[in-house]
Design a protein around this ligand. Structure first.
Ligand SMILES: [Ca+2]
Ligand SMILES: [Ca+2]
Ligand SMILES: [Ca+2]
Length: 183
């Protein structure tokens, strides 16, 4: 049911971001996500590490500012789904939070600096970020829209954009962090 697809994707995201596992998102969770993503950058690559941490800070700032209705300094599951649909995916926030992470992540993962992601470079993301790796091959194939065996910057960006913005249950970008759990 297409209307449900975004809820399922954002629900997966909520549980992934909830690094403390208490079913609430806090500033600490976003600091932890920033640290986790920063581990993907190469030793000495402070620029991309800092860019990812900054983007997670921005993401948290947007959530707190626009969605903490009861002012307890935490974002619960319902608050998160509403915020993701209405606020984080608004163009002015999407660029600074989501796409800023995407661009720095792509540069960090591209370890041989050829401007594209090979399957090996892509799969490293799964291991490091705690995403179950068993579907990574399948995901890679779907995201490689022109089928040339590597992910271009555009393919990576469009996967991330689709993940956040598409209500189509068959959108390739839905596979970004694994298959959407049904039900
Ligand atoms: Ca709250
Ligand atoms: Ca590469
Ligand atoms: Ca490609």
């Amino acid at each position: 049911m297409p209307a449900e697809v975004k809820n399922q994707k954002f629900s997966m995201l909520f549980h992934w971001f909830d690094q403390g596992g208490d079913n609430m998102l806090t500033h600490d969770d976003f600091l932890a996500m920033g640290e986790l993503f920063a581990t993907l950058s190469q030793p000495g690559d402070h620029e991309n590490a800092a860019a990812m941490k900054k983007a997670f800070e921005e993401w948290w700032r947007v959530l707190l500012e626009h969605g903490d209705a009861n002012g307890d300094g935490q974002i619960d599951h319902e608050e998160f789904l509403a915020l993701m649909k209405a606020t984080v995916t608004a163009p002015e926030h999407f660029e600074k939070a989501v796409l800023a992470i995407a661009d720095a992540l792509m540069r960090a993962l591209d370890t041989n600096h050829d401007g594209v992601l090979s399957k090996d470079e892509y799969v490293r993301m799964y291991d490091a970020l705690g995403i179950p790796p068993e579907h990574s091959g399948d995901a890679f194939q779907r995201l490689d829209l022109d089928g040339n065996g590597v992910l271009s910057h555009d393919e990576f960006r469009s996967a991330i954009t689709e993940f956040y913005l598409s209500s189509d249950e068959n959108a390739p970008g839905n596979w970004l962090i694994g298959p959407i759990r049904q039900g």
